[in-house]
Design a protein around this ligand. Structure first.
Ligand code: BGC
Length: 747
């Protein structure tokens, strides 16, 4: 018992120290800055890609020692990023470069190494690949995100990758935007809660001690709603909307103690974010109080010249960006930043004080991560990685993230039925793991893990080869192919199609039409034409439109890119061994001409719409079916009037599982501010919780309403307004009205 207590105390102390820095270390930072040359300081502000120091310039980790020595000894580079390889190669590579950095450089400053482990340890060959964020959000379960963050930390820390460029905190507002799947969906509260959980769990992970890790809140700010949908193109977001919908996830991350922030490569309201003093200094540092390291996105100083055309050359870009507030430049493969910085200092345009601020923050981060004590990968941590256990977690996470959007009763599939399986994703591992898996664009099929199964292979395991027929088709292009498909389906009872999008990243996923491609629609049409029940699994990074077909299809599942155990998870749901419990974290558009009908904007109460019930979306935010039924009743409030700011009202609801199966239910609480000085969203998600209910079981779930937290809203300057008036609380189709009646309500 005493031993356990001691371990707990040590763990706790370590956890606390993960976020603090001793006065001795602060003094060391000061003395380091004092003795550092200008070159050494600028080197700390520069981050290069590993491709500049690998033998063939690729992401595989074979070190070009000469290039590396030049980078750290001649140019004093303090940080590197990216790469993809096995544990063994990562281990040797990081050990070798840290050894040179701490033994051969004048000041022996360790390197900080960044990686995009955005859905598990996705740049390690043996890593556990989880679903992307959009699916995690669909779980509406913070424990699911915590699981992913924990496994990701456990699998990342042993190889000395201390800086993870995750989570993405951009709000998934624009389904055209090719990074939609990297977001936690369209709701700012959901993004905030999921992001906060990821950061706290990842940066505070007790299982990797004494190693420590940093997350990175990205991409600050306004990246995700480019007007034309393309990646890295301009967004136009009014100040009030920015504060209400885009700032909250970042604010939540700062409150959670995130150590670093990455900047949006695009433009916001006419300003290139990387050159905006207002966004990087006034908003980020002063108004939101961020104190950590600000890193640019890749080559973005270059973009100020080449893409935004806000400066004449890179030297001016460097001035703009550093003056605006960046601490580290993700230069990737060029040393130009260093030369430009030196010239700017020599010309007196950038002061040493300004440089020292950034270097101080970077050194502090390195101290906080314990890199000065031990910069090396850890054999001991590596030996603790339990791949089998982690993969089970990957399956459970995928199971909770998959959303059953439609079901006329065909699911779960009955045993003994003959199933035809086809479509782009039916026998593809790449479509399960998705992008950012071993490779930026996702690994080619022949480089996907051996121990992984495609949907077809997993279906064989569950339903037997005898009952399963695989038709290898990505889609249908001609009448002839269609006829052939219909003939192929003749002896099958059910058709299962896995359709969607091949993996893409960033601008590589730009599209002009959200409609699912014609070939795949034709395949669905052919399946529908057989007259047999059709089940569709959507493997896609954003909601691709297929309304005409969706209306005729018997069951539809949204799986996003569900990861290494995605096939098993899907099959468990299709077969009924697992009861689905995901709900949509975004609105599924009905048509491409009307793509942004967020749940919280078009007014249900608009008098002009009352007698004209327009169909607004294919599936609404929060849509998600189960194989059992949940009945909501007795919505009660402990009081109905707030008269003081610090008052709380408790809302309770009874939820009963009235079906014959155990299930999980995501309980989504919305608040509606009925009248506001600034037009208020019809409803806003303010609380969510996932509960387990056995068949017949009933539980009471509560939500504590705090006026300042859930009923106030920001104006265009970011000042929170709390107004008198009537509000409604809505949950599970029930609603109750309550009021704020304070004598001095506006502050
Ligand atoms: C992406 C970032 C990523 C960085 C480093 C950029 O292209 O926008 O999200 O962290 O590359 O890989």
């Amino acid at each position: 018992m005493r031993k356990i207590l001691v371990v707990i105390i040590i763990l706790f102390a370590n956890l606390l120290s993960a976020f603090s820095i001793s006065s001795k270390e602060l003094t060391r930072i000061d003395s380091l800055i004092h003795i550092m040359t200008l070159d050494e300081k600028i080197g700390q502000m520069t981050q290069l890609c590993f491709s500049t120091i690998t033998l063939d310039g690729s992401k595989s980790l074979d070190l070009n020692v000469d290039n590396f020595r030049e980078s750290v000894i001649k140019y004093n580079i303090g940080s590197f990023l990216s790469g993809s390889d096995s544990y063994d190669k990562w281990f040797k590579f990081i050990t070798a470069i840290q050894k040179i950095a701490v033994e051969e450089t004048r000041l022996k400053i360790p390197l900080i190494i960044g990686i995009d482990h955005v859905h598990g340890a996705n740049y390690v060959t043996e890593g556990t690949i989880f679903p992307h964020n959009i699916s995690l959000a669909c779980s509406f379960n913070q424990q699911v995100v915590a699981k992913v963050a924990t496994v990701c930390a456990i699998e990342t820390a042993p190889i000395g990758l201390t800086w993870n460029f995750a989570p993405v905190l951009d709000v998934g507002k624009n389904p055209y935007w090719p990074r939609f799947y990297e977001t936690f969906g369209e709701d700012p509260f959901l993004c905030s809660e999921m992001g906060k959980t990821f950061i706290k769990t990842y940066e505070g992970c007790p299982h990797i001690l004494p190693a420590k890790l940093s997350a990175c809140a990205k991409h600050f700010i306004g990246y995700s709603d480019p007007k034309y949908g393309y990646d890295r193109t301009p967004s136009e977001i009014p100040a009030q909307v920015l504060w209400e919908f885009f700032v909250p996830p970042f604010k939540a991350a700062f409150d959670a103690g995130v150590k670093t922030v990455m900047i949006n490569s695009g433009e916001l309201n006419g300003e290139a974010v990387h050159g905006s003093k207002y966004l990087l200094d006034t908003l980020l540092r002063q108004q939101l109080g961020f104190k950590g390291v600000v890193v640019t996105d890749i080559k973005d100083i270059e973009r100020l010249e080449l893409m935004h055309k806000t400066v004449e050359n890179q030297k001016e870009g460097t001035f703009r960006s550093v003056d605006a507030g960046i601490d580290m430049y993700m230069a990737c493969n060029s040393y130009l930043f260093i030369r430009n910085m030196k010239e700017l200092v020599a010309e007196g345009r950038i002061s040493m004080k300004r440089i020292d601020e950034s270097v101080g923050r970077i050194l502090r981060l390195k101290f906080e991560l314990g890199l000065f004590d031990n910069p090396y990968p850890s054999k001991q941590l590596l030996s603790k990685v339990n791949q089998t256990k982690n993969q089970i977690e990957a399956r459970e996470v995928a199971e909770e993230s998959i959303v059953l959007l439609k079901n006329d009763g065909i699911l779960p599939l009955s045993k003994g039925k003959k199933i035809l399986i086809s479509g782009l994703g039916a026998n593809s591992k790449g479509m399960l793991n998705g992008p950012w898996t071993f490779d930026w664009l996702g690994a080619p099929e022949n480089q996907q893990p051996q121990n992984m199964k495609s949907l077809y292979e997993s279906m064989q395991d569950k339903f037997g080869t005898k009952n399963l027929k695989y038709v290898d088709l990505e889609g249908i292009n001609s009448e002839k192919e269609k006829k052939q498909f219909i003939r192929d389906a003749k002896n099958s009872d059910i058709i299962l199609l896995a359709v969607g999008e091949k993996p893409y990243s960033e601008f590589m996923g730009n599209i002009n039409d959200l409609t699912l491609d014609k070939m795949q629609l034709n395949l669905m049409d052919a399946a529908i034409e057989t007259g047999k029940p059709v089940v569709v699994v959507l493997l896609e990074g954003r909601p691709r439109v297929f309304t005409e077909q969706a209306d005729k299809i018997n069951a539809i599942l949204f799986a996003g890119y569900p990861g290494i155990k995605g096939a098993e998870a899907l099959v468990n749901i299709l077969s009924g061994s697992v009861n689905p419990s995901g709900k949509l974290a975004f609105t599924y558009p009905l048509s491409v001409g009307h793509v942004s009908p967020y749940y919280n904007k078009p007014s249900e109460y608009n008098i002009y719409w009352k007698n004209n019930p327009v169909r607004k979306n294919l599936f609404p935010f929060g849509q998600g079916l189960s194989y059992t039924n949940f009945e909501y009743s007795k919505l009660e409030l402990s009081d109905t009037i707030f008269t003081k700011d610090n008052q709380e009202i408790m809302a309770t609801i009874r939820i009963k599982n009235t079906g014959n199966l155990p299930g999980k239910e995501a309980v989504l609480w919305y608040v509606s501010d009925e009248i506001g000085t600034i037009s208020r969203p019809v409803t806003l998600l303010k609380h969510f919780e996932k509960i387990d209910l056995k068949e017949g079981e009933e539980k009471t779930v509560k939500f504590i309403i705090k006026p300042n937290e859930q009923l106030s809203y920001p104006d265009k300057n970011g000042c929170q307004i709390l107004e008198n008036g009537s509000f409604k609380i809505l949950v599970g189709g029930l609603e109750k009205r309550f009021y704020i009646n304070k004598t001095n309500a506006l502050f």
